[in-house]
Design a binder for this molecule. Structure first.
Ligand code: ATP
Length: 267
């Protein structure tokens, strides 16, 4: 079959096991969301797929080819590209230099002209980057840096994009922009595995989704179907009235305690 197929994937760090046998599939042109609490293992899964950490057991197959023995670079050459959590742009390098690095694994196949053409094509989606190509990446806002991280990933011309927490820490308008961008990429035929804490939005655009709990798939289904499940709503869509009221009470209480601890009190 085409696309990504994961069977019984076990992975972790050193002697510790974080993923306890994950089964998952990303078909061609699908957005598949990974939803789960902090520490559930979403980033670990994404890293095991891009080859940044080694699988301890199980199989990862892309377009019928087993990936387990392939290095991250070899996986990029097959079209699997990881946009890491926290953006990780090179802040001292210019935006153009960051983008060129995205195509580094293909440098032998691309002459300077082809590279510039590719950059122009990618930047057509990101006017904010196009205007600032010679600016150090560190001068960009958080949202712009996230755009750059995605654009850098697109420079490798992926077939499967692994997006780890692209909306983390961004203002709501930028979050919407990122999600619209992700939908636009799917419309172009790209497959996307989207690891996100914003479950409402990611399930909203996902064709299918997996809920990860302590390194296991707890639920799977169509995005819209999972959005409607009470157990998902309760655990992962906790932005409803009841939860936010409780949250703000807790926040108020914390501010009071902090004020008291600092000796000024708080009213
Ligand atoms: P988050 O959204 O907070 O990143 P996550 O679902 O992506 O959550 P992971 O980052 O995959 O979760 O973490 C899963 C578990 O692996 C956690 O218990 C975490 O402490 C552990 N872990 C993550 N990175 C490392 C590391 N480099 N070395 C050791 N343990 C790690």
């Amino acid at each position: 079959m085409t696309g990504l197929e994961v069977r019984g994937l076990r992975a972790g760090y050193g002697g510790s096991v974080v993923l306890h046998g994950i089964d998952l599939r990303v078909g061609e042109g699908e957005i598949v969301a990974l939803v789960g609490a902090n520490g559930a293992g979403k980033s670990t899964l994404v890293k095991a797929l891009s080859g940044l950490i080694e699988a301890q057991a199980g199989e990862v197959v892309f377009d019928g080819e087993p990936l387990s023995r392939l290095s991250p670079r070899e996986r990029v050459l097959r079209g699997i590209v990881h946009v890491p959590e926290g953006r990780q742009v090179f802040s001292g390098l210019t935006i153009a230099e960051n983008l060129r690095l995205g195509a580094w694994s293909q440098r032998r196949r691309l002459d300077a002209r082809a590279l510039e053409e590719r950059m122009a094509r990618v930047c057509a989606r990101f006017p904010v980057l196009l205007e600032r190509l010679q600016q150090p990446a560190g001068t960009l806002s958080g949202g712009q840096q996230q755009m750059l991280a995605i654009a850098r990933g697109l420079m490798a011309e992926p077939r499967l994009l692994l997006l780890d927490e692209p909306s983390l820490g961004l203002a709501p308008l930028l979050v919407m922009e990122i999600f619209r961008l992700v939908e636009g990429l799917r419309a172009q035929g790209l497959s996307i595995l989207l690891s996100e804490q914003n479950a409402r939005l990611s399930l909203g655009i996902a064709d299918r989704a997996y809920v990860i709990e302590t390194g296991r798939v707890a639920l799977e289904g169509r995005g819209a179907e999972l959005l409607g499940k009470p157990e998902v709503a309760e655990r992962y869509l906790g932005v409803g009235k009841a939860v936010s009221a409780a949250g703000s009470e807790r926040y108020g209480e914390l501010t009071k305690r902090l004020g008291a601890a600092l000796g000024g009190g708080s009213s």
